[in-house]
Write a protein that binds this ligand. Structure first.
Ligand code: FAD
Length: 399
């Protein structure tokens, strides 16, 4: 915990010290916030990049210290008071105070909730050793410790995190089976061609993928030993990673009586239903001008860009001005699996036509681009191993 020279100055308090929270703290200072900036997170690690967890950290190719978002001295140099291993228990919004797990209460002038999202838990395999979720550094270190005893792993859920974990474990010589309820992998986030490509890519590397199956049992005594499905199939496993999606962490916002709508409901300025409380990142849903609907995005791009916008609006609120910086950035995302990099720009929902440039053959290293059109308009693209195309499309879509 670092003390501040601004003890009696206005306080910006940020809950959640990850992508959104730490970016916000830095941008608040850059945007001219002259008072205290207090950044509170419940994890024991300095704020870190979450994406490498399911890529290089799970295999041991990178260590925790190598994935810090910023060095510790940066927080000191910017007079950002960083409180780690501290949970914020509740918000007393009438008094503009928060209550901490340390028993302390803290006043805020403006509060930002960057509480992120937490894995959706299945009511299966509870308490069995070897049944894991993958969200935090501690989650992934626990998985990593276990790997030397693992010959077979089952991944429940074929979203990005499930497939990245599958690729990483298969490359460690583990036999990996992926079980997915939907009829194709990545169904929530991409079109059919790209789903088919990833299925074939994984099969090419020896991962066994089963779609359209319902996991009904995660079994064992003390230690997990198998997973069973509704169709009677059974898969032996010494490790099960459940990656069936996340839900926004809204308990704190609810304690303040804030409006919740698939996450903390904010306006285009990132302001919640309380004008002294803002929210950004995975926990917040915002009205998108670009897509003409409310969106809650789960990506580093969204956490970073939304935080930059709310930093300006928090400064405005503190200076007695109305927030006027609108969040309308183009969504983009990436995923690394085996030796390929997927980069996606825009949202493909509502497309009526696709255009494939390249080949979907997983052995082919030249990559491809799938463009998604609505009428004549390009609305999104998925690029595999085509970084230049991705940059050009991202620029075009952002205009
Ligand atoms: P989070 O990173 O979830 O951080 C929220 C923080 O708030 C957490 O540390 C939490 O412990 C803390 N917190 C919550 N409540 C409290 C409280 N009451 N008191 C104190 N602290 C609290 N995105 C990409 O764009 N590309 C990728 O390749 C990619 N890969 C990923 C791989 C993995 C394994 C995971 C888990 C995510 C990945 N993502 C990726 C998604 C990306 O990491 C998230 O979108 C991003 O972390 C969101 O940042 P955030 O700050 O909003 O929330």
């Amino acid at each position: 915990m670092h003390s501040s020279p601004h003890e009696s100055a206005p306080a910006a308090v940020i809950v959640g010290a990850s992508h959104a929270g730490s970016q916000l703290a830095v941008h608040l200072r850059k945007s001219g916030w002259e008072g205290r900036i207090v950044l509170i997170g419940e994890e024991r690690w300095l704020p870190y990049h979450r994406p490498p967890l399911s890529k290089a950290v799970i295999t041991g190719a990178r260590e925790p210290d190598a994935i810090q978002l910023r060095p510790e001295v940066m927080y000191q140099n910017n007079q950002i008071e960083l409180h780690l291993q501290t949970h914020v228990d509740s918000i007393l919004s009438n008094e503009r105070r928060i209550l901490l797990s340390t028993g302390e209460a803290l006043h805020y002038d403006v509060l930002a909730l960057c509480t992120g999202a937490a894995p959706i838990r299945l009511p299966l395999g509870d308490g069995l050793d070897g049944v894991c979720y993958l969200r935090s550094m501690d989650d992934v270190l626990a998985i990593r410790d276990r790997l030397p005893q693992v010959k077979q792993a089952v991944i429940v859920g074929a979203g990005y995190i499930g497939l990245e974990a599958a690729a990483a474990l298969q490359q460690q010589g583990i036999d990996v089976t992926v079980l997915e309820r939907a009829d194709r992998v990545l169904k929530r986030v991409t079109g059919e061609q790209v789903s088919r490509y990833f299925e074939q890519l994984h099969q090419h590397h020896g991962v066994s993928i089963h779609c359209g199956v319902e996991v009904t049992g995660i079994n064992g005594q003390g230690q997990v030993d198998s997973v069973t499905c509704a169709d009677g199939s059974e898969y032996p496993a010494q490790l099960v990673i459940i990656g069936v999606g996340v839900s926004p962490q809204t308990a704190l916002a609810e304690s303040a009586g804030l409006r919740i709508e698939n996450g903390i409901c904010v306006d285009e300025y990132g302001q919640s239903s309380d004008q002294h409380i803002f929210a950004a990142g995975d926990c917040a849903s915002h009205p998108s001008i670009r897509y003409q609907r409310r969106l809650r995005l789960e990506s580093v791009q969204n956490a970073n860009d939304q935080s930059r916008v709310i930093a300006l609006n928090m400064v405005a609120r503190q200076q007695g001005r109305e927030p006027d910086e609108i969040y309308n950035a183009l969504p983009w995302f990436w995923s690394d699996q085996f030796d390929i990099k997927l980069q996606s720009a825009g949202l493909h929902e509502g497309h009526d036509r696709t255009d494939l440039d390249g080949t979907l053959d997983p052995v082919e290293k030249g990559g491809f681009v799938v463009r998604y059109f609505k009428g004549e308009k390009l609305i999104a693209a998925d690029c595999v191993n085509r970084p230049k195309d991705f940059m050009a499309i991202k620029t075009a879509l952002a205009d």
